[in-house]
Ligand binder design. Structure first.
Ligand code: FAD
Length: 391
């Protein structure tokens, strides 16, 4: 088996590397790769405009929707390099799942209105995902936000929670209940929600790493045009499930993990004191590097399926599960290497690696919850992957 990329793909990798050097600050730290902090968002928007000029935001999309119809392997090269260089996120919810979902089930008008905006990083094209509610997370089909038909519109009432990036989103990809009498999976519809609509309010939630990434979103008599229904009425659960497959197929995480372990290793070699104090961490590094190779193979399997036109399902869950749990093990190994030094805050001059180890230890906790918990991923692998009956 040969996992090497072809010469033209490696040449493209060099082009991407040069682009990042020109357009992103070389001092992008491990911390700045994280989440939706406002400072990172401003930088991301600017960076994405440069990407969009090259059609790199939607590299593998059909040309008619603003892509280059590049191969999924070329997309992988791009994603890997972006993650490794810690470029401001190359992708967003619009490019990763709203756009692909609209290509599958959107109306021609919805595609015309939104796909080009997403591909060109237009000013009003930032999306958030409105699924989870206080009483509906893993059991998402229990969601209670109501959309009631009234003339040419639906009237929306309810609440969402943990909505990443809602504080700067222009549009929301929203699941709401349209038939409360139907079995719970059959009464949900997907909507495109203009976040500027009267009656939408966004309230911040600060996580334990002191970052503002997600929010609560409330709807009070919000009017949504019927033209913004996506796909079939009351079949939203099935559209949402495919969008979740796209979300979990995010494939570049292992490349970013590799960079993190390499930086920890470089520090361990540079400053022998850390290894002297914590000798067993050598074996942990060996394990982490093996796991990164395994994870990369899981990601490459997803790309292989994409090249065959197959939407990865339990395979995406396996990669998501492995990647998120690995990010926690990597953060833990970092704390074992640094010991008490990992407690130093980023603003402390003595903090090794800019205080990123302690920070990533905190932020990695949420990685096994967002996008569906590890237990949910294991249930998917057990039932759809292994054919086991539901427990
Ligand atoms: C960083 C982050 C970003 C997020 N961004 C978004 C977003 O943009 N949009 C959005 O809609 N949501 C978002 N979420 C919400 C996320 O999808 C939910 O938190 C997640 O699905 C879990 O739901 P819950 O919090 O209600 O936990 P619960 O579903 O209440 O789960 C509690 C515990 O019970 C376990 N559990 C539940 N059911 C089962 C089962 N059947 N078998 C075994 N164990 C089970 C879970 O694994 C978990 O350990 C985000 C969450 C995080 C952490």
């Amino acid at each position: 088996m040969d996992f090497h990329f072809a010469p033209d793909q490696e040449a493209f990798r060099e082009e991407v590397r040069a682009f990042i050097e020109d357009h992103a600050s070389p001092a992008e730290s491990r911390r700045s790769g994280a989440g939706y902090a406002l400072r990172a968002h401003e930088r991301t928007l600017e960076f994405q405009k440069g990407m969009a000029e090259r059609k790199w935001l939607t590299l593998a999309w059909p040309q008619e929707y603003g892509g280059l119809e590049a191969s999924h392997w070329q997309q992988m090269v791009l994603n890997e390099e972006m993650a490794y260089q810690r470029a401001p996120s190359a992708q967003n919810m619009g490019t990763m799942w709203v756009g692909p979902a609209l290509m599958l089930v959107g109306t021609p008008e919805q595609r015309t209105e939104h796909l080009k905006n997403i591909a060109t990083a237009a000013d009003d094209s930032w999306w958030c995902t409105l699924y989870s509610e206080p009483g509906a997370g893993s059991d998402l089909a229990s969601l209670q936000t109501r959309a009631v038909a009234e003339g040419d519109e639906y009237v929306l009432n309810g609440q969402k929670i943990w909505t990443s990036g809602a504080h700067f989103a222009d549009w929301g990809w929203l699941a709401a209940r349209t038939d409360p009498d139907a079995p719970k999976h059959r009464g949900i519809t997907m909507f495109l929600l203009d976040m500027k609509s009267p009656g939408v309010s966004v309230r911040p939630l600060i996580n334990m790493g002191d970052e503002h990434g997600f929010n609560e979103v409330y709807f009070e008599d919000v009017r949504v045009p019927k033209a913004n229904v996506v796909g079939e009425l009351n079949r939203g659960w099935y559209h949402l499930a495919v969008a979740l497959d796209f979300e979990r197929s995010s494939i570049a995480g292992f490349s970013g993990s590799r960079r993190t372990v390499e930086e920890d290793l470089a520090l361990a070699k540079r400053d022998a004191g850390h290894l002297d104090r914590n000798p067993s961490v050598r074996r942990e590094f060996a394990d982490r590097m093996i796991e990164i190779e395994v994870g990369t193979a899981l990601a490459y399997r997803i790309v292989h399926l994409q090249t065959k036109g197959i939407i990865a399902n339990y395979e995406a869950s396996a990669a998501k599960l492995f990647s998120s749990e690995l990010s926690q093990r990597i953060a833990l190994t970092g704390t074992h290497l640094l010991g008490m030094y990992s407690l130093l805050r980023p603003e402390d001059d003595h903090a090794p690696l800019e205080g990123s180890v302690g920070q990533s230890y905190l932020s990695a906790v949420s990685s096994t919850i967002g996008g569906g918990t590890s237990e949910v991923q294991r249930n998917i692998i057990a039932t759809r992957g292994l054919g086991l009956p539901r427990g």
